[in-house]
Design a protein around this ligand. Structure first.
Ligand code: ADP
Ligand code: MG
Length: 301
């Protein structure tokens, strides 16, 4: 029986601030659900958390991005035999590497925008795409950090230089114009689809985290058939990547109603206003119930 939950927060990724907010919401929910909680802040050396885990029965990882989401912390907890929320090492690592996860899901016939990986920054700066616009992004970062929309050749060098400052290789991806959708999976249940209407061209950092910078529609206004089709694709991706517990997949729906998979987030934001709780709410799942469901899922591991 779980009595004491250690909640990991902080971290050094670009999403540290969001992690601190997720922590507040998760702590409140855990306490209301009757669990005792302990806040464990990660700064730098993750090994330092080991002594803090004594007496903790379960860890809720409220980290986003970096070592918290890419399998490193998951591996540490596995080696200590401590249960935690969400995906294990393999899916966490894959979910943090856009190029590899795209490659894998494409091999199962799932549609994802064409892309190219650039390992040498000079090759990237001189890269001549077949068409414009394109998107340049780092393969292993989040929160739309280091991502650029590139309309013409003269904009490529700056975009490549920016993406290079973030984690992973540089990815050059076809731009898909369309509606932005995100799909939450918990267990094998797919929650109502959220449509995001950002104020900017992209769902960027500001649109993601600043109040009023995006409009959210949940359930998204899509036909029943299309809704089911997208939900099935999302669940399929979740299973192909061997995700565990819960995750959130991002898509662009083009004007012909074709969904294009962008990425899956294995530790999606859990602030009170994040997308996963929004989607849960549309399925009449309160934030507290959502947290309980996430914990229950990890007990099935
Ligand atoms: N190929 C693309 N076509 C159109 N929009 C894109 C594309 N790639 C990214 N975007 C926009 O940028 C946002 C962030 O991209 P995403 O690949 O999901 O990375 P992140 O991990 O930073 O969320 C998306 O939510 C979308 O608004
Ligand atoms: Mg995304």
């Amino acid at each position: 029986m779980i009595k004491k939950i250690g909640i990991l927060t902080g971290g050094e990724s670009s999403e540290r601030k969001i992690s601190l907010k997720s922590y507040i919401a998760i702590e409140k929910a855990c306490n209301e659900l009757g669990y005792t909680t302990k806040r464990i802040i990660i700064d730098g050396n993750a090994q330092k958390i080991i002594p803090e885990l004594i007496g903790v029965d379960y860890v809720f990882i409220a980290l986003h991005g970096g070592k918290g989401e890419n399998g490193v912390i998951q591996g540490l907890l596995d080696s200590l035999n401590i249960l935690y929320n969400g995906s294990g090492v393999l899916a966490s690592s894959l979910g943090m590497e856009k190029s590899l996860m795209k490659q894998l899901v494409r091999s199962y016939g799932i549609q994802t925008p064409d892309w190219k990986v650039i390992t040498d920054i000079n090759d990237g700066k001189n890269y001549i795409p077949n068409e414009f616009p394109i998107v340049v992004k780092p393969s292993a970062d989040g929160s739309t950090m280091g991502l650029s929309f590139v309309r013409k050749q003269s904009e490529i060098a700056d975009a490549v230089e920016l993406a290079d400052k973030y984690n992973g290789d540089i990815m050059i991806e076809n731009y898909i114009e369309g509606r932005e959708l995100t799909v939450t999976i918990i267990g094998q249940q797919v929650l109502p689809i959220v449509e995001i209407i950002p104020k900017h061209k992209f769902y960027d950092y500001e649109c993601k985290y600043e109040k009023g910078m995006s409009e959210y529609i949940c359930p998204a206004e899509l036909s029943k058939e299309l809704t089911n089709k997208i939900k099935n694709i999302a669940l399929n991706i979740f299973n192909i990547l061997q995700c565990g517990g819960y995750a959130r997949a991002d898509f662009i729906l083009d004007k012909n109603n074709n969904p294009w998979f962008l990425e899956i987030n294995t530790l999606p934001g859990m602030t009170a206003t994040s997308l996963v709780p929004k989607s849960a709410m549309a399925a009449s799942i309160s934030f507290n119930n959502l947290v309980q469901m996430i914990i229950n899922e990890s007990l099935k591991k």
